[in-house]
Design a protein around this ligand. Structure first.
Ligand code: ATP
Length: 308
């Protein structure tokens, strides 16, 4: 990380009674980056984020946000961070636009409210009381309220959960723009494509700890095996190909004339396969490399069982 982390969590422990929700968690978020926090239900994401926001006090470990303590320095931090909660935090009778304008007035240098209303499609429901907004409208209002104060750091808890494709796209565009403007964004999500599309860094949490952190590319490259498929004549003798490939690689004929090579697929492996094809007079009609997705990596690290 080039500069000091904007969020630095070290050995965080948070318990609810006898339940340990966060269990020695370390997380560092670089300035101006988008970090996606992923994890199965109950992994401890919201608890971690709420501790960073100053809503929860750690039982052990340390949390620094913009170099400050989120609990004891909450007054100093309030104007510098934007928070989008999963729900609540808004007076149910307040009208949408009123709430947004009120939030803007609490900040020294807010963004223009009207364009924000426009781009998040809140114009038609501006006079609607919060409790009568649809779930998606409430989400969009919460997002607008999180960014209207021009914060240095924004926490977004599942910002696109339950949004229609248009609102999801508008939210993604807004997050990209925040990043371009140098704002640091920490978001939790269950949408792997969202994490892949938006984030510079991904932290996967399970059982209250970070089990992997890196860029989406790094996570997809590391550990997980990839696949190369090609087509050729049926019933090729793959034993000579296997001899030419690295030891852990497998090669099988899936259906007559369709072959799959599994292992660490890199340019060298691709060259070995095409050279072998050339030596055996095989013209691979189709050849494709399938990389593991973030979802594959996520399931590999956190298992496939449902969480109770
Ligand atoms: P989800 O993806 O379902 O939102 P999460 O990763 O955000 O989950 P948390 O909400 O942080 O997980 O919850 C972590 C654990 O702590 C869960 O087992 C949850 O039941 C428990 N928990 C969370 N909030 C409380 C609370 N206020 N009181 C008691 N237990 C809680």
């Amino acid at each position: 990380m080039r500069s000091d982390p904007v969020v630095q969590v070290q050995g965080l422990v948070k318990r609810y009674g006898r339940k340990t929700a966060v269990d020695g968690l370390d997380l560092a978020v670089g300035a101006g980056t988008v970090t996606a926090v992923l994890g199965p239900n109950g992994a401890g994401k919201t608890t971690t984020v709420e501790t960073c926001e100053g809503y929860r006090r750690p039982d052990a470990g340390s949390v620094r946000v913009l170099g400050l303590d989120p609990v004891s320095d909450s007054a100093a931090l309030r104007s510098r961070i934007g928070v989008m909660l999963q729900s609540g935090g808004v007076y149910p009778g307040a009208r949408a636009e009123e709430m947004l304008r009120h939030t803007a007035r609490l900040h020294a240098h807010p963004v223009d409210v009207d364009p924000l209303i426009e781009r998040l499609g809140l114009g038609s429901c501006g006079r609607t009381p919060y409790r009568r907004l649809s779930g998606g409208q409430q989400q969009r209002l919460a997002l607008a309220m999180a960014v209207v104060g021009r914060p240095e750091l924004v926490f977004l808890d599942e910002p696109t959960a339950g949004l229609d494709p248009q609102a999801r796209r508008a939210t993604w565009d807004l997050v990209r723009e925040l990043r371009t403007d140098g704002v640091t964004v920490v978001l939790t999500t269950h949408a792997m494509d969202e994490a892949e599309q938006l984030s510079d860094d991904v932290a996967i949490i399970d059982g209250g700890r970070v089990v992997a952190q890196g860029s989406p590319e790094e996570l997809c490259r590391g550990g997980a095996e990839n696949t190369l498929r090609f087509t050729g004549r049926p019933a090729l003798d793959l034993s000579t190909l296997l001899k030419a490939l690295p030891p852990e690689t497998t090669a099988v004929e899936l259906t007559p004339g369709t072959y799959r090579v599994t292992g660490e697929v890199d340019p060298q492996l691709l060259a070995t396969v095409t050279t072998w094809c050339a030596q055996h007079g095989v013209m691979p009609e189709r050849i494709s490399v399938e990389r593991h997705t973030l979802e594959d990596v996520f399931l590999e690290l956190t298992g496939k069982e449902l969480r109770v």
